[in-house]
Design a protein around this ligand. Structure first.
Ligand code: BTN
Length: 267
């Protein structure tokens, strides 16, 4: 598949000044990480709600210090710059809401589940999208939040590096045809706008998040900071923590990675 030259207006036309998210859209043809530019804009005092989107992210970051690969012309890599009116302990709600927003925005192409904490996976556990939320604190106050979202849109598995191809897929693979990236982007910005407004109005996405979470009820091996925990993913607390029912009783995991034991893929 040839890579067409990027047309910025396909992305910037989505901007709408009446919105909370996406009142301004900054398109950059190539960038290290959209999260870095979004943070810079916030630190410079620009208005919040700006969405930074690129055609080619060359130094993308994933969670836990991993890299996030997003080649030219294939995928969506974007970051939302926010100064949300919420407490620091509520920041995780934004990552839950972002996961739900991706799920809704891609529904015309694929039915994805959430894998705890905030990956979007196909029915076979292959990863389609990931979310990286980075926060800055002022003493006890949330100064700003960057919500970074990467979605594999038209990246074919045959094009993926070997180490990714076994555990990843894309919307084009699931929909069996090329997907309009700007249509996914427009839908995502609209849903994110609603989700962020809802959180600021005190409406938690947690019940919808639990309903969408494929990790719940499964046998998992979780890489927690204190070592591996094996058992059944039994619950997700109101604070987003995963409760794993082990042979020795329940263990609560607040951060880490979960490996789905039946199906075998990291989700
Ligand atoms: C993960 O699953 O590990 C999170 C991946 C997050 C990737 C996105 S792409 C846009 C934004 N910019 C980055 O550098 N990372 C996030």
């Amino acid at each position: 598949m040839a890579v067409a030259a990027p047309d910025p207006t396909r992305f910037t036309d989505v901007a709408d000044p009446r919105r909370r998210v996406g009142r301004r859209v900054e398109f950059v043809a190539e960038i290290g990480s959209t999260n870095d530019l979004a943070r810079l804009l916030l630190e410079r005092g620009e208005e919040d709600g700006i969405v930074v989107v690129t055609d080619h992210q060359v130094a993308g970051r994933g969670r836990h210090g991993r890299t996030w690969v997003s080649p030219a012309g294939r995928n969506l890599a974007l970051s939302v710059a926010l100064r949300p009116a919420i407490r620091p302990d509520e920041a995780w709600l934004l990552s839950a809401a972002a996961a739900l927003a991706v799920r809704t925005a891609v529904l015309p192409y694929a039915s994805l589940s959430v894998a705890w904490p905030n990956d979007l996976v196909a029915a076979d556990g292959r990863k389609v999208a990931g979310i990286l939320v980075e926060t800055a604190l002022d003493a006890e106050r949330l100064r700003h939040v960057v919500v970074g979202i990467g979605i594999n849109v038209n990246w074919r598995r045959a094009e993926m590096p070997g180490e990714l191809a076994s555990g990843a897929t894309s919307l084009a693979e699931l929909a069996a045809g090329e997907v309009d990236r700007s249509a996914v982007f427009a839908a995502l910005v609209a849903v994110l706008d609603e989700e962020v407004r809802a959180i600021e109005a005190g409406r938690s996405p947690i019940d919808r998040y639990r309903a969408a979470c494929a990790t719940l009820g499964r046998e998992v091996a979780a890489e927690a900071p204190d070592g591996e925990v094996r058992g059944r993913a039994a619950a997700i607390g109101d604070d987003g923590a995963l409760v794993v029912e082990t042979r020795d009783g329940p263990v609560t995991i607040t951060s880490g990675e979960v490996l789905r034991l039946h199906g075998g893929r990291r989700t």
